[in-house]
Every structure is written in C-alpha cells, then in structure tokens.
Ligand binder design. Sequence first.
Ligand code: SF4
Ligand code: SF4
Length: 298
Amino acid sequence: MKNRNNSEFRIPNSQFAPTLCFPGTEKSCFACCPPIRSKGYEHIQYKSMVRRVLRENTLAFAGSSKSVRPITGLSCWALGYLDNEYKTVGCLLHPAKNMGEDLRFRVDYGEKCSRESCLEAKTFLELKTSERKFWLSLTDGLDAFSYSSRRFNPLFKLMGWGVGLLQQIAFDENNKATTRHAFFRRYPFFSTGLNPRANAYALRQVIGKCKIDLLKSDAFRVRFEAFSGCISVRLKDGVFPSPEAPYTHLLGLDRQFLDFLRLSAGISRIEAEEALRLKEIVDTAITEFKSEESDRIP
Ligand code: SF4
Ligand code: SF4
C-alpha cells in the first residue's frame, strides 16, 4: 500500500506531479503500511519506537536478495527511509527503489501492497497538478509522521468532500499556497465534526457552482450540521431493513448519494427503487434548505 506512488520518488522539478502518498522530498505518507494494524493505530503514537525500527530496517535492507520473508506482527521489515536525510518513509521493495523491479513479492502481502490505495489518494489523483499543490500547501511543516496521521494531516478529511468542491475552492483561491491556520480561519465550515463522505452529496447540492462563500461562515456550518442531522434521522426512521436487498454501494446511482445513505443514514442494503424514493426526499429537503439559505442573503 504505502507510497504506491513511489514512482514519483525523484527530485521534484517543474513537471513533478505530487501524489498524496509522495508529495515531495520533505515528507511522505506511510500510514497504510503494513496492511495489518489495530483499529485507530497511527505511527505517530509510537514515534520513537517506529523511528528506531525504520532505521534498523533501512540499514539491514539487502536490496539484492530475492528471498521471501513474510511480514510478522504489526511491522514490515521492508518499510524504511527512502532518503539519506531520513525524512521520507516508504517501501524499500518498491520498483522506484529497485531500478524498476518490483520486489514486493518478498513479503506475504506483496500483491495487496502493489494493488491497493486509500480512497483519499485516489481522490487526490483526480486533481490537476496546480490544485494538488494548493491543497498540499496545507501540510507544509508536517514531517512524515504527522503527514501520515489522520489526526494531524487535514487532507485525509478534506479529500472526503469530493473532487468537485476541492477544485472549486482551489480555483477560487487562484491555487495560491496557504497555511493550515489561514485556510481554516477563512473556511470555518471545514472545522465541522461531520463525516465528509457522509455529507458531501448534500453539501455539493447546496453549494452548487457559486456559493463557496457559504463555507466562510461559521453560522452556515451550524445550520448545515443541524440540517444533516435532521435528514439523516428522517431517512433512518423511514426505511425498513431489507437484508436481501443489494448492497447500497453497488447500486448505479450517484456515488456521493450512496455514501450519504450508507454513512449518514446507516442503510447498507436497499432496493434501487427504494433508494430513488429516498433520493427524492433528500433532494426536496435540500431544495428547501437552499431556499432558506438564499432568503438569508441580504
Ligand atoms: S494511506 Fe493513502 S496516502 Fe498514505 S501511503 Fe497509503 S495509499 Fe498513500
Ligand atoms: S512490502 Fe512495502 S508496501 Fe508492503 S507493507 Fe512492506 S513496506 Fe509496505
């Protein structure tokens, strides 16, 4: 998993397209390495111990060996430092570290390692290079440990609001680099405790193409949170569990709407017709909420 995009592991130049895994030479993400972790585990919680292990792994790494040695416990022997200054952390078996040869078969999870990527990394890849750089400016000053932490790296949460909104904000800000503090001061909405993926559908409808300024209002955040809570309860109360129905996430409807059903209303299985009925309810409620918001504009 980690640094799947180690292929970008080279000195950044003007053509360099950063990834969420490997944003540059100052830091990297290794949050999903190794694949077996206890729930809520973050490397930063055990920073000194992990740093010692990373140093040992890097020094002990025998690049020329082809022997297979499975990952044991919660640590992978192939996770180490990628640069001489010990700033970036990643997979020592990645092709980018081995003249194009993928050596990840040397651990039990090799296939999983090269195949998978987190949702946030996928969302990030949909952004243009200039937009990626804008969002990455919010992580300036983080080291590999804090950058790999869902608690300290705001991008993990922000990616959940969806590519469209992320692009709109970057456009509105002329892709001009900012700081975390300045960004959250300017957009207090994003300090919300709401789950972004569960609420991205509703927010996208409310903001549309030209109401970004609403995100600069803390009062709007409070109203949206209340709206989100109400509509979620309304759906939960209005649907009967149907254990035989298709999984919600497999229906061919708007992806963000399906996330709303699953993550906000807790509906994991539903017939397509029923989902469409709920969509009508949600869309009507959103239209009413939008109209109330419009009435507030002096
Ligand atoms: S957690 Fe996501 S961003 Fe971080 S290394 Fe893994 S795939 Fe990349
Ligand atoms: S083999 Fe590489 S990608 Fe897989 S868990 Fe180990 S360090 Fe991470």
